[in-house]
Design a protein around this ligand. Structure first.
Ligand SMILES: *Cc1c(COP(=O)(O)O)cnc(C)c1O
Length: 398
């Protein structure tokens, strides 16, 4: 195992199994208690006044939220982590906490589209200007800096099209300009991408995806380095965006098996992606672990693995004709194992058509419709056969 895949001295697979709670704190029970709490009692009026005890109110943390937050902090190599009710909240809360009216921020153009909507609506209304940059810009991002640029929001690989960003180069420029770097690490997780080791200040995760792993819970985690942790925690307490204990518990439970699940997602998705490359009716496969993928060298330099989400571009012909959309529909409707639905990271396979019409500089593929595939834990050959059935249906559209 390479160094970038290590947290402290141990393998991440070992850390992920034990990080967070200490069984000895609760009589040796392996898992932490699920603490449902608003009120926390104080032993006397002096303690009540000073609030000098570990827990003081439900919104400020409980043994349950601490167990997950501490586990993520250790896995990420961060100074601290907050747990919020969704992956989207894990993006909006730190953005709101760290910008001020009149700021300029840089956001990658291949960003998760609800992040874009937040910047274009709420942040715009507050007088924060957003510039979307090319995911492949690297150190040239310097040309986009203004005196008031305060945050660079990155996501690597990019949503749906998987462009890989040169994060160390972007961090170097941003820090020279006193700007903070945030990174949405949902695709790779800390198992495959050690964002903080590349100098990222704030790392965001949709716990909804691989950490949960079962498509039954929404949660988000935000980790900060030493420099920004106090302010992040203060933002969390000020907003009151605490998550419910049952949801937090489910994500901690899922986290314990995440590295093992990811190993299967990785192997199965890559095997399918490789074999779809030369299939008639598939114009391109967008998966950063394929040597043919444009960002592959950067991926190889910085990542220690790939997860189970990638996209295929179907041969669509002319984008202005209805044939393009009919092909996508035929593909999706012929699938039997893959479910049609949003989100990903669960045990089950999913497919969705991808909308890329909001891109400004990162131009979407022109060969045909883009279909995103989440490769679940089913048998690889069964999944490939299901996809081939979809491709045959798309190829039959005249
Ligand atoms: C799904 C997703 C999110 C948001 O997660 P939710 O829990 O669904 O709000 C954030 N970032 C990325 C990259 C995602 O794919």
């Amino acid at each position: 195992m390479s160094d970038k895949n290590r947290a402290s001295q141990k393998s991440i697979k070992t850390v992920i199994t034990h990080a967070g709670n200490n069984p000895r704190d609760y009589y040796g029970f392996v898992n932490p208690p699920v603490v449902h709490a608003s009120t926390v009692l104080f032993p006397d009026s002096a303690t009540l006044a000073s609030r000098n005890q570990k827990y003081t109110y439900g919104t400020r943390g409980t043994p349950t939220s601490d167990a997950l937050a501490d586990a993520i902090t250790e896995i990420e190599g961060a100074a601290g982590t907050i747990v919020v009710p969704s992956g989207l909240a894990a993006i909006t809360v730190p953005l709101l906490g760290f910008v001020k009216a009149g700021d300029h921020i840089l956001v990658v153009d291949s960003v998760y589209s609800p992040t874009r909507r937040f910047c274009d609506t709420i942040l715009a209304k507050m007088g924060v200007e957003t510039t979307y940059y090319d995911p492949e810009i690297g150190a040239d991002i310097e040309t986009l800096f203004k005196p008031n640029t305060s945050i660079v929001f990155t996501e690597t690989p990019g949503s749906n099209t998987y462009e890989i960003q040169d994060i160390p180069a972007i961090v170097e420029v941003a820090h020279r300009h006193d700007a903070m770097v945030m990174l949405d690490n949902t695709w790779a997780t800390a198992v495959f991408y050690k964002a903080m080791s590349f100098g990222v200040d704030i790392v965001v995760h949709a716990g909804t995806k691989y950490p949960s792993g079962h498509s039954d819970v929404l949660l988000g985690m935000v980790s900060a380095n030493e420099k920004y942790w106090d302010k992040l925690y203060e933002t969390y307490v000020t907003f009151g965006v605490c998550a419910g204990p049952d949801d937090i518990y489910l994500v901690l439970r899922g986290l314990r098996s995440m590295a093992v699940r990811l190993a299967h997602h990785e192997k199965s998705a890559l095997s399918i992606a490789e074999r779809l490359q030369n299939v008639e009716g598939v114009a391109r496969v967008l998966h950063p672990a394929l040597p043919e993928f444009p960002g592959h060298d950067l991926w190889k330099r910085d990542f220690s693995g790939s997860s189970g989400l990638f996209s295929i571009v179907l041969d669509g012909g002319d984008a202005s004709t209805s044939r393009w959309k009919r092909k996508a529909d035929a593909f999706l409707d012929a699938l039997e194992i893959f479910g049609l639905g949003y989100s990903w990271g669960g045990f089950e396979s999913l497919a969705v058509p991808v909308f890329l019409g909001d891109r400004i500089v990162a131009k979407p593929p022109t060969e045909g419709p883009v279909i995103r595939l989440q490769i679940g834990l089913e048998d690889t050959e069964d999944l490939l056969a299901d996809i081939m059935q979809g491709i045959a249906a798309a190829n039959a559209v005249s």
